[in-house]
Design a protein around this ligand. Structure first.
Ligand code: NAD
Ligand code: MLT
Length: 527
């Protein structure tokens, strides 16, 4: 039975769904990192929100871990790189709190422009300060949205209804999609120069750290207003306060902070032009229920049928959810395994070619599968489809993925070329019907090999008696031949033979076969 630890407070539906599927669930919010590290070894999944910091030290104790699930969006509390290195899937719940975060952004925008929190405080002190809290309209203002993902686009849609002009910056969004949402795309500097209000909806990354800094604020309109409902650290809080003091920024609304819970003595928490909420963007009944249900179902889907939704660290693995790609994944893995048992020189480069629409749309997962087959045969550490690319990179093996249109004989053809300093090995394979996996080319030889069980590969001079000689040695060793495929370039020249046999061929038998006059390059392979 799979064991799941939930170490942050979460909606009760998450626990009941997982228990109804028969998992053993420990719900223990508030555990210290030390307590988690001590207990985590036996768990197969960990569910967190943002409180638990899943760092490298904790990950190093995760000997059975398969998935770390984040009930929410931002995964900056999880060391994703180290998780990937350990072959652990990290998934979030995309979309579960999008509407709540977008609505909270609107709440902040309206409150900031109409001084609602300050006026509320003043009236509670029994003051009637109508002039002091005069505000500004949204209508007619330019809203600059940085990050036009799920939340950024929802904010744009809602702000448009308030009569705002929406401009945006996001390196991924096409201008066609942007215009469907009524957003005019700009470069970052133009966005800074023309926005009346800037709202941030990007993840925290090396590129977005301190995106709002003195340097960029200098590029902004006098009196610009800033909203951050994304992540602390995207704004340099000290430099924002300076800009507020100089009047460059007229107001700021913040839901997230560089340090959470914060140090309230910081200037930002005591500035009259700043309104704050304690990271409430996703704090609605609806969002908390949605993300809790979503993470429970996603984890179950993975454990039950390897389906992957919301995976953030192994892009392309969602392709494994398509049934028809699975035999190609096996083919890819088996090509990797076969070559791993033939390799003689240090591998430099692997070129993988995808022919056919289905393979092209799943290229990333197929490459990972080739690398998994190769590396799991060669390395002692645990290799899976999540960490195989990272391990290949660490070993300095260059992997190129290319869509190829050249093949005309097969609907889908996967070709893999392994390059060392002194040799090149090439395999191509396909799947016949639903599940008939075949290697149809090895180097320049066209043949039809079932890549399964025990295989014997050898080249020989194309002349009578060669097959009989090999067959005799196998027969003497009581090894039955289950299948045979032959390929040759020209009559009387070199030929390649591949046999499926029923047992492992030991070194003694192999060396006898190698000694047959005219037989070369003998390899025994086990899949
Ligand atoms: P998303 O992945 O759908 O969108 C993020 C967008 O940012 C993407 O389109 C991406 O291309 C863009 N982007 C990345 N780097 C960029 C850069 N340097 N410049 C411009 N654009 C860049 O994510 P989302 O669900 O919309 O979430 C957005 C942010 O909101 C995240 O930081 C998330 O953690 C945060 N969030 C906060 C709360 C909250 O409680 N306050 C709730 C949910 C999400
Ligand atoms: C998120 O990234 O999903 C939000 O910040 C909300 C949360 O931390 O749960």
């Amino acid at each position: 039975m799979k064991k799941i630890l939930i170490s942050d407070p979460i909606d009760k539906n998450c626990i009941s769904i997982l228990q109804s599927y028969g998992y053993s669930v420990l719900y223990k919010p508030g555990m210290t990192p030390e307590q988690i590290s001590t207990e985590i070894g036996e768990y197969n999944a960990l569910i967190v929100r943002s409180e638990t910091k899943v760092n490298a030290a904790m990950i190093s104790k995760m000997s059975s871990m398969e998935i770390i699930g984040r009930a929410g969006t931002g995964v900056d509390n999880i060391d994703v790189e180290t998780s990937t290195r350990h072959g652990i899937i990290v998934m979030n719940t995309p979309g579960g709190n999008t509407i709540s975060a977008a609505e909270h952004t609107m709440a902040l925008m309206l409150s900031m422009c109409r001084n609602v929190p300050q006026a509320n405080m003043s009236i509670r002190e029994h003051k009637w300060e109508r002039k002091k809290y005069q505000g500004t309209e949204l209508s007619g203002k330019v809203l600059g949205v940085i990050g036009l993902g799920k939340i950024g686009r929802e904010v744009a849609t809602r702000s448009k209804a308030f009569g705002m002009k929406i401009i945006g910056y996001d390196p991924l969004l096409s201008s066609e999609t942007a215009s469907k949402y009524g957003i005019e795309l700009k470069d970052l500097d133009s966005l800074f120069a023309t926005s009346d209000i800037i709202t941030l909806h990007v993840p925290l990354s090396a590129e977005t750290k301190y995106l709002i800094s003195s340097e960029n604020l200098k590029k902004c309109k006098q009196g610009v207003k800033i909203i951050n409902c994304a992540r602390g650290g995207i704004i340099n809080e000290e430099e924002l306060v300076d800009a507020l003091d100089f009047g460059k920024v007229s107001a700021a609304a913040l839901d997230v902070f560089e340090k959470e819970p914060p140090d309230f003595s910081q200037r930002i928490f005591n500035h009259p032009k700043v309104i704050c909420t304690p990271h409430l963007g996703a704090s609605t009944e609806e969002a908390q229920e949605k993300v809790a249900v979503q993470i429970a179902e996603q984890i179950h889907e993975f454990f039950e049928s390897k389906k992957m939704y919301g995976v953030v660290n192994a892009v392309g693995l969602e392709a494994l959810s398509k049934k028809e790609i699975l035999p190609y994944v096996t083919l890819a893995e088996n090509i990797g395994k076969i070559y791993a048992q033939m390799i003689r020189y240090p591998l430099k480069q692997i070129n993988i070619y995808f022919s056919g629409e289905m393979l092209q749309s799943s290229s990333s997962v197929l490459s990972s599968a080739v690398l998994k087959g190769l590396l799991s045969t060669l390395l002692t550490e645990h290799v899976n489809i999540v960490n195989s690319k990272i391990l290949a990179k660490e070993m300095g093996v260059k992997v190129n993925e290319t869509n190829s249109e050249e093949n005309s004989n097969y609907l889908n053809l996967l070709s893999v070329e392994f390059l060392t300093d002194s040799e090149r090995k090439y395999f191509a394979g396909t799947v016949f019907g639903n599940n008939e996996i075949r290697i149809v080319r090895i180097d320049d030889y066209f043949l039809e090999v079932k890549p399964e069980g025990y295989l014997l590969f050898y080249t020989n001079i194309d002349k009578p008696g060669m097959l009989a000689a090999v067959g005799q040695i196998l027969s003497d060793a009581k090894i039955n031949i289950a299948g045979l495929s032959l390929g040759r370039l020209e009559e009387g020249k070199e030929a390649l033979s591949v046999m499926n046999v029923d047992n492992q061929i030991d070194e003694k038998v192999l060396s006898k076969i190698s000694m047959i006059n005219g037989v070369t390059k003998v390899h025994s392979v086990r899949i």
